[in-house]
Design a protein around this ligand. Structure first.
Ligand code: NAP
Length: 356
């Protein structure tokens, strides 16, 4: 073990979405010298939707993050972000555009780095929270010790798992209507939403602002969503409820992206095509907490449990959680960033109270 591995960190932050970078910025500015694990750039993470920079790195334009109105961002990005990352960021033309998810994440990462955050491109795969200082083990086989830990590993959207669905991701297939619904490709066009829970109804209702019709495809004959949401879907003139159907195939071509969704009756097996420019999958999210099972309290869906409202403390004293890993309700970039800030402030106070 090298000296750096044996050093006890004041605070380790696990995760590189808005929660992880906001926590890093606040912890760095509080002189806690944070060490942040941004995740490993592995093929397994790519396929699972858990690459560094989180879910936002999988989206296109982000129009609802306060402080980033559409504009000529190219010059700002050229001056704000490390040269080495610039080739990854598109578009780099002079057209005014809203900040994209990858751009926003690189800006946050850079801001954390500017204040001295040390960044490790590796996954934390195991933790020992039973003894102090805590021990963290990484995919590359290194161990690190820390007085306090902030978990900000986020969540990943569940997808149906069809190869054609993967093929049209970002070309019509999305798991976030709030992020992508207003894009020009969906304006006055038919779209499909898959799922029957509150998220599916919320996505469908949101999409009615832009789409010509929203086909809400659900595998059963009754929505799981709460009563008020069910009624909203059933009474909306632009929402077409398609009961007892599952998605069989996503159809399209290179030029137009997604053009139709083939659906199959769950009982008879009969198929038909719904012309559509978009398919929004709203069949739940899975928090990235497998490495935490048995180490601290998780709820029945696997989210880290905050022990008290408006506090980021978890069931293990000195371990804090921020962002979607602990939130299955709001799931917005800006709320994640907010709780990342809270977790850093909570960790700072916790360390100060113990003279650590
Ligand atoms: P959810 O309640 O777990 O619903 C997931 C839906 O997707 C279910 O209708 C399920 O069908 C369907 N589904 C799951 N796997 C599928 C598959 N492979 N193929 C087709 N359909 C599939 O998830 P959610 O809607 O994301 O909600 C998560 C939590 O957040 C809930 O507690 C919800 O109340 C809350 N939430 C609240 C609000 C709000 O209050 N405004 C908004 C959004 C979310 P089945 O019904 O057949 O199981």
């Amino acid at each position: 073990m090298s000296n750096s591995e044996q050093a006890v960190e004041k605070v380790v932050i696990i995760g590189s979405g808005p929660a992880g970078w906001s926590a890093s910025i606040y912890a760095a500015r509080a002189n806690l010298d944070p060490l942040t694990f941004e995740g490993a750039a592995t093929e397994e993470n790519r396929l699972g939707g858990t690459l560094p920079l989180g879910q936002l790195s999988l989206t296109t334009e982000v129009e609802n993050y306060a402080g980033f109105p559409a504009g000529k961002l190219a010059e700002f990005l050229r001056t704000a972000i490390d040269d080495s990352y610039r080739p990854m960021l598109e578009p780099f033309d002079e057209r005014p555009h809203a900040v994209t998810g990858p751009e926003l994440m690189h800006l946050m990462r850079q801001q954390a780095k500017n204040f001295g955050t040390r960044i490790v491109t590796d996954d934390v795969v195991d933790v020992d929270f039973a003894s102090r200082p805590f021990t963290l083990r990484t995919l590359e086989g290194r161990t690190h010790r820390a007085q306090a830990v902030i978990i900000a590993t986020g969540a990943r959207a569940n997808y149906l798992g069809l190869p054609s669905e993967t093929e049209f991701k970002n070309r019509g297939v999305s798991a976030c209507a709030v992020c992508d619904g207003a894009l020009p490709r969906f304006r006055n066009q038919p779209v499909v939403v898959v799922g029957g829970g509150d998220s599916a109804v919320e996505e469908a209702t949101h999409l009615t602002k832009y789409a010509s019709v929203v086909h809400l495809v659900h595998r059963r004959g009754e929505l799981r969503a709460s009563r008020i949401m069910r009624e909203r879907a059933q009474n909306h003139a632009k929402i077409d409820l398609v009961w007892f159907h599952v998605v069989d195939e996503v159809m399209g071509n290179d030029k137009d992206g997604l053009t139709a969704v083939r659906i199959r009756h769950a009982e008879t097996g009969a198929t038909r095509e719904l012309p559509a420019r978009g398919m929004f999958v709203a069949i739940g999210h899975t928090p990235n907490t497998r490495f935490l099972e048995g180490k601290l309290d998780l709820n029945d869906k696997g989210h880290v449990v905050w022990k008290k409202a408006f506090r980021t403390a978890t069931s293990v004293d000195g371990v804090f959680a921020a962002g979607d890993v602990a939130d299955d309700r709001y799931r917005q970039a800006i709320t994640s960033a907010g709780t990342g800030c809270m977790a850093a402030l909570d960790a700072e106070r916790w360390l100060a109270e113990r003279n650590l």
